[in-house]
Write a protein that binds this ligand. Sequence first.
Ligand code: PLP
Length: 422
Amino acid sequence: MWRAAVVVRALRGGGAGAPRAASGAAAAQLRQRLESELEDIRGAGTWKSERVIASRQGPHLRLAGGGGGIINFCANNYLGLSSHPEVIRAAVEALEKFGAGLSSVRFICGTQSIHKDLEKKIARFHQREDAILYASCFDANAGIFEALLTPEDAVLSDELNHASIIDGIRLCKANKYRYKHMDMQDLEAKLQEAQKHRLRLVATDGAFSMDGDIAPLREICQLAQKYDALVFIDECHATGFLGPNGRGTDELLGVMDKVTIVNSTLGKALGGAAGGYTTGPKPLIDLLRQRSRPYLFSNSLPPAVVGCASKALDLLMESNAIAKSMAAKTQRFRSKMTAAGFTISGKDHPICPVMLGDARLASVMAEDMLNRGIYVIGFSYPVVPKGKARIRVQISAVHSDEDIDRCVEAFTEVGRKHGALP
Ligand code: PLP
């Protein structure tokens, strides 16, 4: 009797542990609407699929269900610290000493000595007064504008800023101005318009992740000074490797004392685990601890994650050798690809977009690169403007010269095959 019931359930696909579909007209209507929306995404050719990695993050990967030996050129692992043995060891030690997690937000019972130490270290690294940790930089960006700006104030944002800045600005009640990408004339015009407000904050990515271009921070800071504005930068694609000591875009362009607020991530060059932060004037950080909603209402960073980031910062503060090695690899890739006939957008940044124009070309070339063991990703509209499709290559300090050369060779072969090169 019991066995018969199990067999019937198995045949219906409803065995123990099988997903249960919610019943009722509303659930059915929702399912239909979602399926039609998903079909639209597939139809528009913008479906994002996820490749499953069966190894650690690093320059060489094994993909699930496939072979190993894939050379990875699409992680934000700029300094190769995501699987650095000392970073992993620091995570294990923090896990053992401080446990798996805090089961709490920071202000209830979620602050450990390692959280305070990491905040001090981040502030020291950026030469700022204080720092505050978040679960991600997305959260840091979501939390800062609402806490800082009121309807009396204004925020001026580069039109190509990261989605998290755009969302953070949406959440605040300040007056919003969007200036054309890195266009200083337009920023100046918007700053003039914004003179009527109490406070002006210019917000920009330090380095833009789709183009590998770097914000003209010197000019932005000059305009900010002229029109009495503050400057905020998102340094996710700069912290740890831009500038002579890897402090970021503000160090690279000599304006560390002119940029007021820096937001960045622990999830890219700084060990790659997760987490984000704001660093800047102490009263601002104090205010964020009181008012910033993603900080107040979300769990503390897990100790292992704190351990990774803390060790990554130690390694960078000891020496700039890793950052220098990444810069040399970047230079090798950019110059060899340019000599081969490709156009690489941006300048001196490890984000190296190989500009192709046509969306289909970018997609088939990326697929063919993977067939040759090189993992790169094609980007097309709506992620980048129409007609500006590209394959984005990201260089890491742990790529060998041979890895870089193999990538250039594969691009050359695949480019010739698909007509991107003569
Ligand atoms: N800002 C920029 C410019 C980014 O590229 C990203 C990540 O993609 C974020 C913010 C969000 O960072 P996190 O992954 O820490 O949430």
